[in-house]
Design a binder for this molecule. Structure first.
Ligand code: ADP
Ligand code: MG
Length: 690
């Protein structure tokens, strides 16, 4: 008891000075860099071995021995192939799969045990593929699913388990997961990007997509969370009257984090947990809504960054619980205040560290002053052609309540480039070629005590779904609960296709500048620097023919549009059957979410709202009873639907029309029932920690 108390005291003791000693264990539980090097050296090798993915074919036993050694030193004796079954988003454990195996051999003859972990255990695994969402790719009697280590993302330890990031495919090699298509899209981006750059006179070794995933969350008192079955089952409140205070004062965003609340301490511990695993979670702050917070990491290559983000989400949930909090990762846990997103910052870089979306770096590295304009033209053209797929990639059930609600960009796909860049590309398009050097502006504050500073000529535009922010695009419409693999698969694939078409034309003799100018002329309409929240602008953009898909179900249906199947096939990212399977999984996910929400609503009305109204002798009890019948009938109609698409279409109407109407009765009842008779935690009790 004493030691437990003293360790708590040690953790809570105010730090008197900052010291890098606190970071001594940064990366100690990820098998890369110096950590891997030390253990591989004991096996006569070095961390360099891991740079070439073919190590799984010739040196798996060496790596396995080093990993076993490292694991045991860190108190771990189990391993799992850690994979990401097909899923659009995950509220409650939905994002990864794992079977935890002991790294131990049990000897039948001597009845003794010893540590044992071989190369063959490390590089592949097998599991039952039919119990995961597979969209019809697997039947129960042909269930084999294979797991193979993804060498682009490092192996790491958490608790007593070595996590081996893995791709998950069927016996026939079709992708059953989120990672495999992403890895294939990386191949396409690399191949076609290198071709285009070569045609522009620049020959780097390899291209990678770098991303940085900002993660928004809510932290609420756990006690209240456990008394709300809607939050616990579905991640969002199905009913609940607004608290008297919302975002009226704009006083939450980046506000101080009170030490009187457990949130700050919880976030500090979340960061420390992540640092151990080498996850560079750098930034933390309060977000716009009460009870809302954000973390942002330093960016990295996409597979690693996505694996890390998924682990960040898990750590957030686990550590929150230790501090008496519940972390909500769903996109719209509360009505009438902001929901949560996950900005997906995206750029393309060489493995030598040149960012080809940085105009000055690309000009210098390639010696071609027009290379940047050509690359940007390809991306702009890709947004114009495949904006429907970008919308598909963010069409999660939770995001349905967020997009266009003046907190996230609308369901219209455009890109903001800023006036400076737009003017440059306009001139380029019209014949004035040459390098772009981003302008800067000297900012005067009107007092001699604050000296002038130099700032970018571009302002920010937070209403745009996909703004360019100087050296990177930021996909701002992504949902907080998402595995962003499909988002990045789409960005890479659509860009790779345009890179390919540009390279094809140039290799066949076309002038690169002319190719880029033509593409810009064709897709100029997709550039929009104004206010995307403004309805008149939305109408104008719709009229101009930009992709606009308001319904998430229709967006998901775009997965099988002939244009899109052709894109995925051309880029060897997904075959037609994989696209169809994925569409089914997306619809099933949507429908399943709505069904859980409807069933929660029925229980909450029957078990809480009606009894409270009866006790208080107020409220629309008969309307509520009728509502329950309506909900039951709607769920039955969804079950009777013939296809996943039809079921999802019905589910969307149930959720966004019927349930919204019924919620009004419930919230009105909450407004008149005396507090001591209202049995559900209120928005006030959930959103304000003190
Ligand atoms: P903002 O307020 O502009 O959204 P943040 O600092 O909160 O900025 O987050 C920006 C995110 O973008 C971070 O995760 C950062 O590492 C990432 N990022 C910065 N530059 C790049 C880049 N070139 N490619 C990909 N991600 C980047
Ligand atoms: Mg951002």
């Amino acid at each position: 008891m004493l030691s437990r108390l003293s360790s708590i005291a040690a953790r809570r003791a105010p730090a008197r000075f900052a010291s890098l000693a606190a970071y001594e264990d940064y990366g100690s539980t990820v098998f890369k860099g110096d950590v891997a090097d030390a253990y591989l050296k004991k096996q006569g090798s070095s961390a360099e071995l891991l740079n070439d993915p073919t190590w799984t074919e010739h040196s798996a036993d060496i790596v396995a021995a080093a990993i076993l050694d490292w694991a045991v030193d860190n108190g771990a004796d189990s391993y799992c192939h850690w994979f990401q079954p097909m899923a659009a988003s995950g509220v409650r454990h939905g994002l990864t799969g794992q079977v935890q195996n002991k790294m131990i051999e049990f000897d039948r003859v001597t009845n003794k045990i010893k540590f044992d972990f071989k190369g063959k255990d490390l590089i592949r695994g097998e599991t039952d593929g039919s119990s995961f969402p597979n969209g019809g790719l697997r039947a129960t009697h042909t269930a084999g699913g294979y797991l193979a280590h993804d060498t682009s993302s490092p192996i790491f330890l958490r608790g007593d388990i070595v996590h081996i990031p893995s791709a998950f495919v069927s016996y026939y090699g079709t992708a059953l997961d989120e990672k495999t298509p992403l890895l294939r899209s990386n191949e396409a981006l690399n191949t076609q990007g290198l071709r285009l750059l070569k045609a522009l006179g620049y020959e780097p070794k390899e291209l990678v997509a770098n991303i940085g995933l900002e993660q928004e969350i809510f932290l609420i008192p756990r006690e209240q969370y456990l008394r709300r079955m809607d939050l616990q089952m579905t991640g969002r409140t199905i009913m609940g009257k607004d608290a008297p205070r919302g975002q009226e004062m704009c006083d939450h965003y980046m506000a101080a984090m009170s030490t009187a609340q457990p949130a700050l301490e919880a976030m500090q511990e979340m960061q420390q947990e992540c640092w151990k695993m080498g996850i560079p979670l750098k930034t933390r702050h309060r977000e716009v809504a009460p009870g809302q917070y954000e973390f942002a990491p330093l960016f990295g290559t996409n597979t690693t960054q996505i694996d890390q983000n998924i682990m960040v989400m898990q750590v957030i949930e686990e550590v929150a619980a230790k501090h008496g909090l519940a972390a909500l990762l769903q996109e719209k846990p509360f009505a009438n205040i902001n929901g949560s997103g996950k900005h997906n910052n995206w750029s393309i870089g060489t493995t030598d560290g040149i960012n080809i979306l940085n105009p000055e770096q690309l000009s210098k590295a390639s010696g071609n002053d027009n290379a940047f304009a050509v690359v940007m033209s390809a991306i702009i053209s890709a947004i114009d052609t495949h904006g429907d797929l970008m919308r598909m990639s963010i069409a999660t059930p939770g995001n349905d309540f967020r997009l266009g609600a003046c907190e996230a960009p609308p369901a219209i796909t455009s890109t903001y480039l800023g006036d400076d860049m737009t003017n440059y590309l306009e001139a380029f398009k019209d014949g004035k070629t040459g390098a772009y050097s981003p302008g800067t502006k000297n900012m005067q504050m009107g007092t001699r005590y604050v000296r002038p500073i130099s700032i970018p000529a571009e302002d920010r535009n937070r209403t745009s779904p996909f703004p360019y922010g100087g050296a990177r695009f930021e996909f701002r419409a992504v949902g907080s609960a998402q595995n962003t693999s499909m988002v990045n698969t789409v960005l890479n694939t659509m860009t790779a296709q345009k890179f390919k078409h540009f390279a094809d034309a140039i290799e066949a003799g076309a002038d690169p500048i002319k190719v880029a100018q033509d593409a810009l002329n064709d897709s100029w309409k997709v550039i929009f620097n104004g206010d995307n929240y403004d309805e008149a602008n939305q109408e104008m953009l719709t009229k101009n023919g930009l992709w606009r898909i308001d319904s998430a179900v229709e967006a998901n249906h775009k997965m099988v549009d002939p244009k899109n199947i052709a894109l995925f096939e051309e880029m060897k990212v997904l075959q037609a059957d994989e696209c169809h399977a994925r569409e089914n999984v997306l619809h099933d996910h949507y429908t399943g979410t709505v069904e859980m929400e409807a069933l929660c609503m029925i229980d909450m009305i029957n078990q809480h709202v009606i009894p409270s109204c009866k006790d208080a002798e107020v409220g629309p009890v008969s309307d509520l009873a009728t509502s329950v019948d309506t909900l039951k009938a709607a769920v039955a109609a969804i079950h009777a639907a013939e296809t996943p698409y039809e079921a999802a279409t019905l589910a969307r109407v149930l959720r966004l029309e019927t349930m919204v109407d019924i919620r009004e009765f419930c919230d009105a009842a909450e407004g008149v029932v005396p507090a001591d008779l209202w049995t559900l935690p209120t928005y006030k009790e959930m959103l304000f920690l003190d």
